[in-house]
Ligand binder design. Structure first.
Ligand code: SAH
Ligand code: AVI
Length: 331
């Protein structure tokens, strides 16, 4: 008789988080955003496998100060953050490589706070890679990668009987409009239990030269990240964008307090989107808005958290008030 063998735990599996409400897919967003004037696409489509890797490379450029400043704040205050929030689970929104989260996990280990880790992202390859690395590094840690679109609602996140520290790092909040961000924080508040905390990283308004350089790095990695979106459209929608016909542009819109990133057409030309049975004509100089990156003022961040019912526990600031890391609790 053959002995039944226990199945080896799957290491490449992400738990799907079902959408609470309908959100358009790439075809829908391309129809409403690319066929319209002015043209735009949501930034979540940057993050295929190549896009996620390019983002990691952006983080290492000398101009992109955000990652380094946030990491330094986390390194300096992780013990305080874990001590104040005593999490039994850390659920990270838009976790990407989870690289900076290691500071929190190290603090958990040092404080004997054995919590679970649930990274939640739209990019499956990034989740699988990060989960594998974390399991190898933190033997005590149970990692449950969650795959989905957090803008489709949070009510279907796995229920948990215990305190959760929600983390939303990297200033990813900046990629929503201010209105969407306030609405999202309201959604998040709705799925938090009393005693849960939110750790929010957000970039601050600053000198326009510094901001400009961060989104126009000298090595051209941000340009490659932006142009990679065209490869996503070619692959997923059978489109025939020629990346060489576009240029990367990132400008700081001082009135709206945000970086706006565009792909600019370098010539008059037509592009066919076979899967949508349509084509578009772009004129020279015409722009497709691919990302917003909102930069916040200190009071704005505090007011936004208070407006959705969260109370601020700590507000850590990078030197020069260049970056904020806020810990807020649901009373
Ligand atoms: N938090 C990491 C990664 C930031 S990059 C850091 O600070 O370095 C933004 C991450 O958010 C990417 O991994 C991307 O895949 C994810 N993301 C973007 N939009 C998302 C959405 N709507 N739902 C889930 N994840 C999203
Ligand atoms: C993920 N997000 C916060 C980055 C940002 O700064 O807006 C994405 C990015 N875009 C260009 N560079 C980095």
């Amino acid at each position: 008789m053959r002995q039944a063998r226990a199945a080896a735990p799957r290491q490449d599996y992400c738990v799907p988080v079902a959408p609470v409400r309908h959100v358009p897919d790439l075809a829908g967003d391309a129809r409403s955003g690319l066929l319209a004037a002015p043209r735009s696409l949501p930034p979540k489509y940057f993050y295929d496998d190549s896009g996620s890797r390019l983002f990691e490379q952006i983080c290492a450029t000398p101009e992109y100060y955000l990652t380094r400043l946030e990491l330094a704040l986390l390194q300096g205050h992780a013990a305080d953050i874990i001590g104040a929030s005593s999490p039994e689970r850390i659920l990270e929104l838009g976790s990407g490589s989870s690289r900076k989260t290691r500071t929190l996990l190290d603090a958990c280990a040092a404080l004997q706070c054995r919590c679970l880790y649930a990274p939640f992202d739209i990019c499956e390859s990034a989740l699988i890679e990060a989960a594998g690395e974390l399991r190898a590094e933190f033997h005590w840690l149970q990692v449950t990668p969650l795959l989905g679109d957090y803008q489709a609602g949070l009510d279907n996140l796995p229920a948990f009987d215990g305190r959760t520290l929600f983390a939303w790092l990297g200033s990813t909040i900046g990629n929503l409009t201010r209105g969407q961000a306030a609405q999202f924080l309201g959604d998040l508040h709705g799925c938090m239990q009393s005693g849960d905390c939110l750790l929010l990283g957000a970039d601050r308004v600053k000198d326009r030269e510094v901001l400009h350089a961060a989104y126009n790095d000298g090595a051209g990695i941000t340009a490659r990240f932006n142009l990679n979106l065209l490869q996503v459209l070619n692959r997923e929608l059978g489109a025939d964008f020629i990346p060489a016909r576009f240029a990367h542009e990132a400008v700081f819109n001082e009135d709206l307090g945000r970086i706006e990133m565009y792909l600019v057409s370098l010539a008059d030309h037509a592009v066919t989107l076979h899967r949508l049975n349509t084509s578009i004509r772009l004129v020279r100089g015409e722009r497709i808005l691919t990302e917003l990156s909102c930069k916040y003022r200190r009071e704005e961040l505090e007011e936004m958290l208070a407006a959705c019912g969260l109370s601020i526990v700590r507000h850590f600031e990078a030197p020069g008030a260049w970056y904020s890391l806020l810990l807020a609790a649901k009373p």
